[in-house]
Ligand binder design. Structure first.
Ligand SMILES: Cc1cc2nc3c(=O)[nH]c(=O)nc-3n(C[C@H](O)[C@H](O)[C@H](O)COP(=O)(O)OP(=O)(O)OC[C@H]3O[C@@H](n4cnc5c(N)ncnc54)[C@H](O)[C@@H]3O)c2cc1C
Length: 393
């Protein structure tokens, strides 16, 4: 891949060339483009709709650590990403002058069943080691008293409450706006990737334009799986799938500094300016990808029972989107086999916002030197391809 000092180009040209073409302007694609630009590469981002058209354009923005048991390289990767995200966001905010609505707010976990108390005590011990509590200051504590009045309601925590201080929240749309500003003119919206001639690195776009790229990274969310399947002549659903999710934004008189609350699949995430996000459904089967339904209304009702200050709070927005879930469940990152200058970075499923900056750093290392040692085995494209090959059909 060539490094060029002249980063200028005009996106109106019928033909373009770049060192790196990123397909998809979600949180992953924009992070890759930002880091590539910082590294001095001539980068272009091709987005078939507009920034945030995919799963990244949602409302929730919960940045929740994995549980400390069965610690593995994937959990370590996420831990390291969450630990340094605050600094990465601050740098982005300083560069762009835009705020991302990030706060290390922590998380409250109501203990609902009798055995949850014992489990929480075990987790408290485990976090001391895996989160290096004494060094990092991130803690997992079982509280004897409620955290705050009605946050959550005492009736919702019959066996106590855990307060952990590693979790954070971010405003997905503000974060994307800042990334978009950082990427600047490298972004081409309303123009999609159609095909790649792997021999020449020539990409055809949906407007009939040709882009010659030193390397192409597919970061097209769930649509990456179809693009890759076509390139690898595999049946499309094999490499991953789309999982529908629904979330809502409530207007409520709630302090935006409060910890997010998580219980039994329900997330309640205080944001700034008196808004609270509530989510999310997880639907493998769906007919209508874009609209919300009664499942979201049921979550909003549950949120009101969990945190009474949300009861009857007006819903200011309802939103549905499709998360990318790779066949191996973990993110999919790496160069495609066959030696073409083509790689992929997608599939973070429910944790992408907390790790996108680190996924992008790995993806860029793949671009520049063909691999990345920091990638957990389960994230590597080879691992996903082996899994796809072993599945029947
Ligand atoms: C309801 C819901 C709640 C969620 N909550 C959280 C949460 O609290 N915390 C968290 O970390 N994660 C959460 N997620 C998951 C997270 O939103 C996704 O994992 C993440 O946004 C995926 O980012 P991405 O950049 O990989 O893909 P996307 O954001 O989907 O971006 C892909 C982009 O590629 C574009 N594209 C597709 N095909 C082409 C093409 N051929 N040419 C050009 N462009 C193309 C699309 O238009 C899209 O803009 C949630 C998801 C949902 C649905």
């Amino acid at each position: 891949m060539t490094h060029r000092s002249d980063n200028s180009y005009t996106v109106a040209s019928p033909q373009l060339s770049c060192d790196l073409l990123v397909v998809g302007a979600g949180v992953v694609g924009l992070w890759i483009a930002r880091l590539a630009k910082q590294a001095g590469l001539k980068v272009l981002v091709l987005e078939k709709q507009q920034v945030g058209a995919g799963a990244s354009g949602g409302l929730l923005g919960a940045l929740m650590p994995h549980m400390p048991e069965r610690w593995n390289p994937k959990k370590q990767f996420q831990f390291e990403a969450l630990a340094c995200l605050g600094d990465a966001v601050r740098e982005l905010e300083d560069e762009t002058g835009l705020t991302c609505g990030y706060r290390r707010c922590g998380r409250l976990l109501p203990l609902v069943k009798p055995h949850h108390a014992g489990l929480a005590a075990e987790r408290s011990l485990k976090t001391e080691t895996v989160w290096r509590t004494s060094e990092t200051g991130f803690s997992w504590q079982i509280l004897d008293t409620p955290y705050g009045s009605g946050w959550p309601d005492v009736a919702a925590m019959p066996h106590g409450l855990v307060h952990e201080t590693l979790a954070a929240r971010i405003s997905p749309r503000r974060y994307l706006a800042a990334l978009r500003a950082a990427v600047g003119q490298a972004l081409i919206e309303g123009e999609g990737f159609e095909s790649l001639d792997a021999q020449t690195g020539t990409v055809q776009t949906s407007t009939g334009r040709t882009i010659t790229a030193g390397h192409t990274v597919i970061a097209a969310g769930f649509e990456s799986f179809d693009i890759l399947a076509a390139m690898l002549s595999l049946p499309a659903p094999k490499l991953g799938t789309a999982v529908k999710g629904q979330a809502a934004l409530l207007k409520a008189d709630v302090d935006g500094d409060l910890p997010l609350v998580f219980v039994d699949g329900l997330y309640v995430v205080p944001h700034e300016e008196g808004t609270v996000a509530v989510g999310s459904t997880s639907e493998m089967q769906f007919e209508d990808a874009q609209h919300t339904d009664g499942q979201l209304e049921a979550l909003v009702e549950r949120a009101g029972e969990l945190c009474p200050s949300l009861k009857n709070a007006p819903v200011v927005e309802r939103w549905a989107g499709l998360r990318p879930k790779a066949i191996g469940r973990d993110p999919m990152i790496g160069a495609l086999p066959g030696g073409a200058d083509l790689s992929v970075a997608t599939g973070g499923f429910k944790i992408t916002f907390g790790i996108a900056h680190k996924m992008a750093a790995c993806a860029l290392e793949v671009v520049s030197r063909g691999g990345c040692d920091a990638l957990p085995e389960s994230f590597r494209i080879e691992t996903h391809l082996r899994k796809a090959a072993s599945e029947p059909g």
